[in-house]
Design a protein. Structure first.
Length: 202
C-alpha cells in the first residue's frame, strides 16, 4: 500500500509525540503515599516521660492500676477505641477514678524505661512485649506486674467487665480473664431469665 509523504510525516510526528509523553510519564515521581492518621489519646490520659516504674509508683500511691495503651498511626480499631470507648461517660468516669492511663506508639522512637529498668525505644519495647497488633492494652498492678492484657478491640460492655476485673482485683481469684468473662456472661443471662420469670403472670 502506498503512503503519501505527507501522511508518513504526520505519522512520524504522532509517534514521536507519544514516545515523548511516555518518557515524561516514566520520569515523573510516584505520588506520595498517604500519611497514616495519628491516633490521639484523650486529654484525660496522664502526661508521662515513659518511665514506667515511676508511673506505677504514682498510680499505686493514688490506689490505682496503670493502663498502657499501645497504638499506631492509621489503626482503625485504635481509632474506634478512642472514639467510642474512651468517650463513653461511664468508662471515662471509671478510668479516671481507678486507673492512670498512658500511651505509647508501636513504631515510636521515644525512649522508655520498663519495669525492670531496661531502656528502649517504644518500638523496641513493643517488640520485647511481643505486641503483634493494635490496640493492645496492658494493666499493671502496684508491683508493676501485668495483671491483664487485652489484644484487640473490646466493645464498651466487655471493656467495662475488663475494668471490673482489674479494679476489683478479680485476677487474684481467677487468673484467666476469658473464664471470668464467661462466668459474668452466664450470671447476666441468669439474671435476665429471673427477671423475665418474675414478670410472667402466675
Amino acid at each position: 500500500m502506498h503512503i503519501s509523504s505527507a501522511l508518513y510525516s504526520a505519522l512520524r510526528i504522532v509517534c514521536a509525540a507519544l514516545c515523548a509523553a511516555l518518557c515524561i510519564g516514566a520520569a515523573l515521581p510516584a505520588p506520595a503515599a498517604e500519611t497514616p492518621q495519628e491516633i490521639l489519646a484523650p486529654s484525660w490520659f496522664k502526661p508521662t516521660f515513659l518511665d514506667f516504674p515511676e508511673d506505677v509508683r504514682e498510680a499505686a500511691a493514688a490506689k490505682k492500676h496503670l493502663m498502657i495503651f499501645i497504638t499506631q498511626n492509621g489503626c482503625p480499631w485504635c481509632k474506634k477505641l478512642v472514639e467510642v470507648n474512651f468517650r463513653d461517660k461511664t468508662i471515662v468516669a471509671r478510668m479516671q477514678k481507678e486507673f492512670d492511663s498512658v500511651e505509647i506508639n508501636l513504631h515510636g522512637s521515644s525512649e522508655t524505661v520498663w519495669i525492670d529498668g531496661a531502656r528502649a525505644t517504644e518500638k523496641a519495647l513493643a517488640a520485647r512485649l511481643k505486641v503483634r497488633g493494635t490496640p493492645t492494652l496492658l494493666f499493671l498492678d502496684e508491683r508493676g506486674a501485668t495483671v491483664l492484657r487485652l489484644n484487640g478491640y473490646y466493645d464498651p460492655d466487655r471493656f467495662l467487665l475488663a475494668l471490673d476485673y482489674v479494679s476489683n482485683r478479680e485476677y487474684r481469684k481467677q487468673p484467666d480473664f476469658q473464664t471470668y468473662l464467661k462466668s459474668r456472661s452466664e450470671e447476666h443471662t441468669s439474671e435476665l431469665q429471673s427477671r423475665l420469670h418474675l414478670r410472667m403472670p402466675s
